[in-house]
Design a protein around this ligand. Sequence first.
Ligand SMILES: *Cc1c(COP(=O)(O)O)cnc(C)c1O
Length: 379
Amino acid sequence: MDGTADRILLSPPDVGPLEESYLLRALRSGWVAPVGPEVEAFEREVAARVGRSHAVALSSGTAGLHLALIALGTRPGDAVVVPTLTFVATANAVVYTGAEPVLVDCDPESGNLDPALLERTLDELRRAGRRVAAVLPVDMFGSCADYDRILPICAAAGVPVIEDAAEALGAVRDGRPAASFGQAAVLSFNGNKIITTSGGGMLVSDDHDLVAHCRYLSTQARQPVRHYEHTDTGYNYRLSNLLAALGRAQLRRLDGMLARRRAHRERYAKLFAATPGVRLLGSGDIGANCWLTSIVVDRAAAGWQAAELARHMDAHEIETRPIWKPMHLQPVFASARTVLSGAAERLFASGLTLPSGSAMTDQQLDRVAATIADFLDRR
Ligand SMILES: *Cc1c(COP(=O)(O)O)cnc(C)c1O
């Protein structure tokens, strides 16, 4: 296989010499533990970037969602509202607490939680006498949810909001950065995300006590005494100092990486501009971080379906993926309570996510574009 035939991936890690030097420096400092100066600096830098006053670095975004739910008092038997169109981690974190995820459908344009359905859901749960511990909106593929509408609805119902900003670092909405909405927000630094620590996450909030409590829970809930004393069940959820150093290098490159992903999206927009029946998911959102770019194909208008393009791309060693399979279609959540409009199912059936990574070179993107153009020409 020659160089140009290497498989092009959806969103691989974008790391290089800067990351190497930061990692080495941390290793040589002797702080090889889930504590140290890189962790503290990474927390300060991310908090500043997203406009929050407090942050705790964690081993994953999933851990952040879990701790945020616990810190906001989620108890077994509570209901927690989750969009059905998301990555499974959002709903899994709810299950870890013993609460029940209630799966709500999305807006068809953006794929984000539908505010009108959210309002109806909270109303129904209230009438059924259910305690709702939290609403967990997701910033789908790096487009902030409609907080203008969601936050007042939740405030009126007296329900706290945890922003799942795992995909959204660098996005903005109405002049506010992603991860600045709600009582707490959670970021992910998994290998495929906009910046990576190979695996990691962060919980951010303006509530000092909430973040302090999550920090305590993330280190096995150790009481501040010399012998190990425990009055709560804790977790081992802290981020390694080495990985925090990797994260700091990535953060320094964030703006450049955002610009690359945006340029990819603009290229796709041009490529499909004259193709009937094809739109870009959430294309109206100028504040998106463009983590992943997806097309939505109206089969009747286009004369082809997303799965056909997926097969063509795969045959040319280019990775694509459907938009998230909705949680209510997942066997593990088959019996979950749902409030559905059909929008998430339609996006799953008609969407296709295209290579979007910031490490993708111009030559690779040329190859992706030529392969798509070839597919369209044959229709
Ligand atoms: C990636 C992701 C998570 C989980 O983050 P991890 O760091 O992989 O645990 C949670 N929610 C959404 C929407 C995600 O995309």
